[in-house]
Design a protein around this ligand. Structure first.
Ligand SMILES: C[S@@+](CC[C@H](N)C(=O)[O-])C[C@H]1O[C@@H](n2cnc3c(N)ncnc32)[C@H](O)[C@@H]1O
Length: 178
């Protein structure tokens, strides 16, 4: 299997900062946990967002992505999933937490790729605080950018998904039931 983390990887022709094995592991998370909503924190350019938006159309899910900077591929995301919410601002902001609680059915797959560790900690905590039993949060760049982070005692790592991710070494993801 090709297991490359390459900055030139593309999905739908859009440049992403993910490996293909990373997408495979996310697909496993969607199949196993059957979320009704996917909530992406940290869209970047938005290529992974486009992939997640496609899943939302295929599986009839709600999809929202939030970034402090408008994603370069926002129009592509909306072309794939007209109902996708592409929101701009701090993913920890109360307005986004409130909107998700009001509009996005559980279970949630929260996918957190929010830059440096400090931002990730804030956003992890904010969304973990409003998560319900059955919701899952995936973090990208584990164990690289999350090195030194101690998960809160109440979170439950998901051993099967994390084992798949460990096999697909470029996946760099870790999944937690929050
Ligand atoms: C590593 S990039 C995301 C890459 C993207 N997932 C991809 O596959 O292309 C991290 C993103 O997180 C965003 N970010 C950092 N802190 C944030 C916060 N508190 N709320 C929302 N977005 C944040 C940054 O603006 C940046 O675009």
């Amino acid at each position: 299997m090709i297991d490359m983390f390459a900055l030139g990887n593309t999905v739908f022709g859009l440049t992403m900062t993910h490996s293909f094995t990373g997408l495979f592991v996310i697909e496993q998370a969607i199949k196993e946990h059957k979320p009704r909503s996917i909530i992406e924190l940290g869209a970047g350019r938005g290529a992974l967002s486009a992939y997640l938006a496609a899943w939302s159309v295929v599986d009839g899910l709600r999809f929202v992505t939030i970034d402090t900077v408008p994603p370069m591929y926002a129009d592509k995301i909306r072309a794939i999933a007209p109902n996708a919410a592409v929101l701009v601002g701090d993913a920890s902001a109360d307005e986004f937490l409130a909107r998700a609680q009001a509009e996005f059915p559980h279970p949630w797959l929260i996918y957190n790729d929010c830059g440096s560790l400090g931002f990730r900690q804030d956003t992890f905590d904010a969304w973990a605080a409003i998560a319900r039993p059955g919701d899952v949060q995936g973090v990208h760049d584990w164990p690289g950018e999350w090195r030194g982070w101690t998960p809160p005692a109440h979170v439950e790592p998901l051993p099967e998904l994390n084992a798949i991710s460990a096999t697909c070494r470029s996946s760099q993801q870790w999944f937690i039931r929050v």
